[in-house]
Write a protein that binds this ligand. Structure first.
Ligand SMILES: *[C@@H]1O[C@H](CO)[C@@H](O)[C@H](O)[C@H]1NC(C)=O
Length: 190
């Protein structure tokens, strides 16, 4: 019986201390005019952001540099090949979205941190993982020009433009206006 009483007393003391701390904090912020940070539902904001992009073809192309359907096909491909599965903390859709956004616009991790409400460490780790498995998909994603008849498959945008035709002769179908920043070591730049 004494034990239970002690336990209850302890609970009451803790609750009292918590209330006191809250009252002191709230009063201090009122007196000192410190704004109380509004509560953000991070999961909701993240889902909302992703939903906005994945329900507008225009937004999707602008942010991810691909349409909604190809994006979903890419996510399915990743799941079907067993490269990544959805789990509680990490959804294929979200990770792929960040990856494409970063690749397509050279977005910094700290920008994604605010947009997706994850730590920079998590974002960096998942990006590294994604980059590795995307590279494994190159056989599915990149056309092998040797198997194609050059003349019939080179997109008109390339073959008709002397600025591209010389340099992208064998880049079959890969020119889509996405610029990926690549750094070449100084000794290889020539
Ligand atoms: C991701 O890879 C980069 C480059 O190799 C490395 O600097 C960085 O520490 C990696 N991020 C994590 C969280 O391991």
């Amino acid at each position: 019986m004494d034990n239970i009483d002690d336990e209850n007393k302890r609970k009451v003391t803790i609750a009292g201390a918590a209330v006191a701390a809250y009252v002191v904090g709230a009063t201090a912020s009122l007196l000192l005019n410190i704004p109380i940070k509004p509560y953000t539902n991070k999961d909701y904001e993240r889902e909302k952001y992703m939903e906005d992009i994945l329900t507008s073809e225009e937004l999707c192309r602008a942010n991810l540099r691909m349409g909604i359907q190809p994006f979903h096909r890419l996510c399915s491909l990743v799941r079907d090949k067993g490269l990544m599965q959805d789990d509680k903390n990490c959804k294929v859709k979200e990770v792929m979205m960040r990856f494409l956004n970063l690749m397509g616009h050279n977005v910094r991790h700290r920008v994604l941190e605010a947009r997706f409400h994850h730590s920079r460490e998590t974002i960096s780790r998942q990006f590294n993982k994604t980059l590795n498995f995307i590279l494994k998909l190159y056989k599915c994603l990149v056309n092998d020009h040797a198997e194609l008849v050059y003349a019939s498959r080179v997109p008109f945008e390339i073959s008709s433009n002397p600025r591209y035709a010389t340099y992208f002769r064998d880049c079959v179908g890969t020119l889509d206006g996405t610029h990926v920043v690549a750094s070449v070591p100084i000794e290889l730049q020539d």
